[in-house]
Design a protein around this ligand. Structure first.
Ligand code: SF4
Ligand code: SF4
Length: 465
C-alpha cells in the first residue's frame, strides 16, 4: 500500500499508522508524566491538518540524510500527537525534535498547509521547560545563550579571536584536525568563525540621498554587528541611496530569534519587548532587517507576545512594520543608478528568508537589475545548508554533512561569488568550502548592491579577475 498522493509507503508505529489518509488514532499510554503541559502545547488542530501524504519528505534535510520516518516532518508531527495523547516526553522523542533544523522547507512543500513552524516552536518551548538535558548539553546551551545574543560580549571576543586567527593557530588546527578529534563542537565553532573585518559602526542616523522616500529603523543584529560589520554599513548606504533616512539606535539589543527558535520563550519575550520599546521611540515607518533568521522571528512577535496585555497590540503593529532589506528595496523600486558588475554569481536562498518569509523573487529581481551580473541557480536550492541558528554547534555532524553538500552544489555552478542574505549561511558555507580546499568569494546581497551603486568592481567583493 502507498499513500494516496505521494506514492510513499505508509509507516507503522507502535500506536498508529502513518501514510494513510486517515487521521492518526492513538492509544494513550497509562502512567508517566505527559509530555506537554497546558501552557501553549502544540495545537491539536494544527497537528490534525497533517494527512500523512509524505510530500514534505524529500525536502526535509534530516530525512534526506538518514531516511528515518521519525526524523521527517510527518514523523515529528506524529510524535507531537503522541505527546498530546498523554505520552511522556522520552529522550528519544526529544532527540528527534532536536534534530530538526527548523528550516521550514516542509512548510513550503506541504500541499495541506500544515503550519509546522508553529508546531515545532511550541514543542521546543515545552522541551526546554519539561525535559532535563544531560549536564554537558545543558552547559553548552547555557554558554551559547550567555554569549551570542549579547553584542558587547561578542565584541569582547573579537580581540582574542583575531589573535588566534593571526597567529596561524587557527590554520594549524583546521589542517591537522586535532580539535575535531578532541571535540567536534569546539572544532565546529572554530571553523565557523569568519576572518574578522575591521569594525565599521553604523551611524545612529544616515540621511537619505536625493528625494526622501521614508524613514526606516535598522536592526544591527548581534553576530551581524560584530562579525560582519561591512554588511551593516552596506545596508545603511544602500537604503540611504534609495531615499531612506536610516535610524540605527546603538542601544538596541538582540531580537530574540536564537532564543525563540530554541524554545527559550521567556528570554525571547524579554528581547522582543526591549526591541519594540527601542524602535517605538524612533517613530520609523519600517524596521529593516538584513539577517533572515532575525526578520522571520520579528515578523512573529504578535504570536510571541499574544498573552502579554501590555505588548500584544504593540507587537502586532511592530511585526507589520518589519521588512527584510530585499523586500523593502523591491517594494519601492530602485532610484539609485546601478553600475555594471560583470560577473556570475550563485544565489543561495536562506531558509528563513525563502521558507520562513516567502521571499524568493525579490532578491533575484534586485540582482537581475545590476547590469552585467549573471545569476546562477544552485541545485537542491530548497535544502538547508545546515547553519540553522545554533544547529551547526549543537548538531555538528549533521550540519557538516549538509554544509558539504551545499558547498558541492555551489561549486558546481562555477560562479566565483556566492551571495546570500544571512550571516549564519555565510559562515556555514564558508567553512564547508574551506574544508573542500576550494575558494570562492562570499557576500551578502546588500554588499553586491552597494558595490554596484558605488561603481566598485568585482574585486571589491573578493572576486579575482
Ligand atoms: S506535513 Fe504536509 S506534506 Fe508532510 S505528510 Fe503532513 S500533510 Fe503531507
Ligand atoms: S523544519 Fe526542516 S528539518 Fe525540520 S521537519 Fe521541517 S523540513 Fe525537516
Amino acid at each position: 500500500m502507498t499513500t494516496p498522493e505521494s506514492g510513499l509507503p505508509p509507516v507503522s508505529t507502535p500506536t498508529g499508522t502513518l501514510g494513510t489518509d486517515a487521521k492518526l488514532t492513538l492509544t494513550p499510554v497509562q502512567g508517566g508524566v505527559p509530555a506537554f503541559d497546558a501552557h501553549r502545547p502544540p495545537s491539536a488542530e494544527l497537528v490534525s491538518d497533517c494527512v500523512h501524504c509524505g510530500f514534505c519528505l524529500p525536502s526535509c534535510p534530516t530525512y534526506v540524510l538518514w531516511g528515518e520516518e521519525m526524523d521527517s516532518p510527518r514523523g515529528r508531527i506524529y510524535l507531537m500527537n503522541e505527546g498530546l495523547q498523554g505520552e511522556p516526553m522520552t529522550p528519544s522523542m526529544v532527540e528527534h525534535f532536536d534534530a530538526c533544523l527548523g528550516c521550514m522547507a516542509c512548510v513550503t512543500a506541504c500541499p495541506s498547509g500544515v503550519q509546522y513552524d508553529r508546531l515545532i516552536e511550541a514543542t521546543r518551548a515545552q522541551v526546554e521547560r519539561r525535559h532535563e538535558r544531560p549536564r554537558r548539553e545543558k552547559a553548552l546551551r547555557a554558554a551559547i545563550f550567555a554569549l551570542f545574543p549579547y553584542p558587547k560580549r561578542l565584541r569582547a571576543l573579537r580581540g582574542p579571536l583575531r589573535l588566534h586567527q593571526k597567529s596561524g593557530l587557527s590554520r594549524l588546527l583546521r589542517r591537522t584536525g586535532v580539535l575535531d578529534r578532541l571535540s567536534p563542537t569546539l572544532a565546529s565553532m572554530e571553523a565557523l568563525a569568519p576572518p574578522l573585518e575591521a569594525r565599521e559602526p553604523v551611524p545612529e542616523r544616515t540621511p537619505a540621498r536625493g528625494t526622501r522616500r521614508g524613514t526606516v529603523g535598522m536592526l544591527l543584529g548581534c553576530v551581524q554587528r560584530e562579525f560582519f560589520p561591512g554588511v551593516n554599513a552596506a545596508t545603511a548606504r544602500v537604503l540611504a541611496a534609495e531615499g531612506f533616512d536610516v535610524i540605527a539606535p546603538s542601544r538596541q539589543g538582540c531580537c530574540g530569534a536564537l532564543s525563540v527558535h530554541n524554545g527559550r520563550e521567556p528570554e525571547a519575550q524579554r528581547f522582543a519587548r526591549a526591541l519594540i520599546d527601542t524602535f517605538e521611540a524612533e517613530q520609523v515607518d519600517h524596521v529593516v532587517v538584513n539577517a533572515a533568521g532575525c526578520g522571520s522571528s520579528m515578523k512573529e512577535y504578535a504570536e510571541l507576545l499574544a498573552d502579554d496585555p501590555a505588548y500584544a497590540e504593540r507587537a502586532r503593529a511592530f511585526a507589520d512594520r518589519v521588512r527584510d532589506v530585499s523586500e523593502i528595496l523591491a517594494e519601492v523600486g530602485p532610484v539609485a543608478e546601478r553600475h555594471p558588475l560583470p560577473m556570475a554569481i550563485a544565489y543561495h536562498d536562506a531558509c528563513h528568508l525563502s521558507h520562513g518569509q516567502g521571499i524568493r523573487v525579490q532578491p533575484r529581481q534586485l540582482l537581475a537589475g545590476i547590469p552585467g551580473l549573471e545569476l546562477r541557480e544552485i541545485a537542491e536550492g530548497e535544502l538547508c545548508c545546515g547553519s540553522a541558528g545554533i544547529y551547526n554547534i549543537i548538531q555538528p555532524e549533521a550540519a557538516r554533512e549538509l554544509g558539504d553538500r551545499k558547498a558541492a552544489n555551489v561549486l558546481r555552478t562555477e560562479a566565483p561569488l556566492l551571495v546570500t542574505a544571512n550571516p549564519g549561511c555565510l559562515m556555514q558555507v564558508a567553512a564547508s568550502l574551506e574544508r573542500s580546499g576550494q575558494r570562492i568569494a562570499l557576500a551578502h546581497i546588500v554588499e553586491v548592491l552597494d558595490a554596484s551603486i558605488r561603481g566598485s568592481d568585482p574585486a571589491s567583493l573578493g572576486v579575482s579577475s
